[in-house]
Design a protein around this ligand. Structure first.
Ligand code: ZN
Ligand code: ZN
Length: 445
């Protein structure tokens, strides 16, 4: 050992004095075919993992079996795994010399709904959710993300001579209720474990498989939950003059609140309010005492959000005042913040992913759903959040030009990604994005 030391020291000293630019640029086409070979060999096990997780989904903060499956995969790859971070989350670290820490996040949770795809690996599982029995389904494709996450970890470990630093693969619970990221951070994600220098996450979407969609800046919406309760005075449906009708107030609010969007908000800015539930009344001839409405408010920019919240609140109060009813109860609960992609991280990944995917790597407008990945960004992890398509490109084209049926989107009971090309794209894009960040850092840029 000792006699090699001087030579080792000399080569270390030499690499220290060589300008950073002396490193060859990443040979993306060679890397891409190496990754393709690795995914090809590995696909049967990723497919089995995907279908197993798909058939046995678990809801937010109940993802015990799902997390255990991922923990076993990561331990087998040599990652150091800590379970139960933020209740059911896990953190998997792989240290490979000096260099940055790069985080890759997947979600663990599924949705409380019945899958209707008829796929041989469809979920028929049920569970308890808020005191009621419900079906459970991976209709948001988080199972695709998990398979891609494990696949990217395998590929990066195989390619470990191409990078130095630490991989921090995290599996987050409860994304669908935008609570898991907060729970992991509160449980010491960035204090008990290294704080990542960069972060990446992907989400599937109903576009063509083989394609990757990205954007600089705002990538997803701010989400706020709306709760309004109109208090009236119940009575006989045949004698409304003796009542204060909260059903009438609710109906008026549902319609009038849309004028906040169309008349108050700048029409060139994104903002939406949707009422998803109205609860009130028991019979056709009874005017109830009160009616409750639940809705969601989505925006991209804080100033648009503030304007909309004020308008929504004012409309609810005005509707009650018109009916001469008491002021309504209004609760607006802040959900996820918009995910904002880091220009530097995106620019670095962009160079590599453009070469790898050509015109299948494209910018896209921000998505209107929300994502609690924003918690990591807001905690100081410069990141890139991108999307991958899931359907046959021909079917997507036919749906777009109207010659074929509309394809089911995420959260549809019919959402059914084509597993292999989707997972292959997820693994390839994520591996290359992570390698690009390690490489850029090694060049001192
Ligand atoms: Zn979802
Ligand atoms: Zn999702």
């Amino acid at each position: 050992m000792t006699r090699f030391l001087p030579a080792l020291l000399a080569s270390a000293a030499l690499s220290a004095i060589l300008p950073a630019q002396a490193r060859a640029e990443l040979d993306v086409s060679v890397l891409k075919s190496t990754i393709a070979g690795s995914v090809e060999r590995d696909y049967p096990s990723l497919d089995a993992l995907y279908k197993d997780i798909h058939a046995h989904p678990e809801l937010a903060f109940q993802e015990v079996k799902t997390a255990a499956k991922l923990a076993a995969e990561m331990r087998a790859l040599g990652f150091e795994v800590t379970e139960n971070v933020g209740k059911t989350g896990l953190v998997a670290l792989y240290r490979n010399g000096d260099g940055p820490t790069i985080m890759v996040r997947t979600e663990l949770d599924a949705l409380p709904m019945e899958e209707k795809t008829g796929l041989p690996y469809a979920s028929h599982d049920k569970t308890n959710w808020n005191g009621r029995e419900t079906f459970v389904a991976h209709s948001c494709g988080h199972d695709i993300h998990m398979a891609s996450w494990v696949g990217a970890a395998k590929t990066l470990v195989e390619l470990k001579d191409k990078w130095h630093g630490t991989l921090m693969f995290i599996a987050q619970p409860a994304e669908e209720i935008v609570s898991g990221a907060k729970a992991m951070i509160a449980d010491g994600l960035f204090t008990r474990f290294p704080k990542p220098d960069f972060g990446f996450a992907l989400h599937d979407s109903p576009g063509p498989y083989g394609s990757v969609f990205y954007r600089v800046g705002i990538g997803s919406s701010n989400s706020d939950s709306l709760f309004v309760k109109f208090h009236g005075r119940g009575g006989h449906g045949a004698a409304p003059q003796a009542t204060l009708d909260p059903v009438m107030m609710a109906a008026r609010f549902v319609v009038d609140v849309q004028s906040v969007i169309s008349r108050e908000k700048d029409p060139t800015e994104f903002g939406v309010v949707s009422i998803g539930a109205i609860h009130g009344g028991t019979a056709e001839n009874i005017i109830p005492d009160d009616v409750t409405l639940l809705g969601t408010i989505r925006t991209f920019k804080p100033e648009v959000r503030a304007k909309m919240l004020a308008g929504i609140e004012r409309t609810a109060k005005a509707v009650a005042a018109m009916a001469d009813a008491p002021a309504p109860e209004i609760k607006i609960v802040e959900g996820a913040k918009a995910v904002v992609n880091d220009a530097g991280v995106v620019a670095t990944a962009e160079k590599v992913l453009k070469v790898a995917f050509g015109d299948k790597f494209r910018t896209s407008p921000p998505g209107t759903p929300s994502e609690d990945y924003s918690e990591y960004v807001n905690a100081g992890v410069p990141s890139m959040f991108f999307n991958i398509g899931v359907y046959e490109p021909e079917r997507v084209a036919a749906a777009r030009d109207g010659s074929g049926p509309v394809l089911p989107s995420n959260h549809s009971p019919l959402f059914a990604p084509v597993p292999r090309p989707t997972i292959e794209t997820g693994v390839t894009a994520m591996t290359l994005a992570v390698l690009s960040a390690f490489d850029e850092h090694a060049r001192g840029r």
